[in-house]
Ligand binder design. Structure first.
Ligand code: DQA
Length: 143
């Protein structure tokens, strides 16, 4: 499968931001890990990260226009309020899995709600970067 990996705001600061929550690996290390594990599973992972909502929407539309087979998205804080990202995911009607590194349900109340998960097959939360690998398997094993 050709899979677009989309990471949203502040995820480029992995390894710098709140290490107790997000770990010490840099974004580049996590990205490399997902691309390599994806390759081992026979998939091509193309990674994109932006801190800008509109660029994330463009990346979702680009995945559709370029015939990707699925999307793995960690929308960061946009998860909790971006109707624009929800609309973008609904528009393309592609197989999509939402991933969160931390267990959002163990954290502040405002993180318990995801507006974007309803446009995805499902959500994986709390397994660190391994969650992205779980998402690859989820895409592979869903319609
Ligand atoms: C996050 C959880 C969000 O609540 C937060 O705003 C992030 C990261 C995660 O991966 O755990 O930026 O999506």
């Amino acid at each position: 499968m050709k899979i677009k990996l989309i990471n949203g705001p502040n995820l480029n600061f992995l390894g710098i931001r709140e290490k107790g929550i997000y770990g010490t690996k840099s974004f580049e290390e996590v990205e490399k890990y997902v691309i390599e594990e994806g390759k081992k599973l026979g998939h091509e992972i193309i990674s994109f990260q932006s801190n800008i909502e509109g660029e994330l929407i463009n990346a979702i539309q680009d995945a559709y226009l370029n015939n990707y087979d699925g999307i793995i998205i960690n929308p960061g804080a946009y998860t909790h309020y971006s109707i624009a990202l929800y609309d973008a995911l609904k528009s393309v009607n592609m197989k999509c899995v939402e991933v969160h590194l931390s267990n959002v349900h163990k954290r502040e109340e405002f993180r318990h709600k995801s507006v974007t998960a309803a446009a995805c097959i499902g959500q994986i939360t709390g397994f660190g970067e391994y969650g992205y690998i779980m998402a690859i398997n989820a895409l592979e094993n869903s319609q």
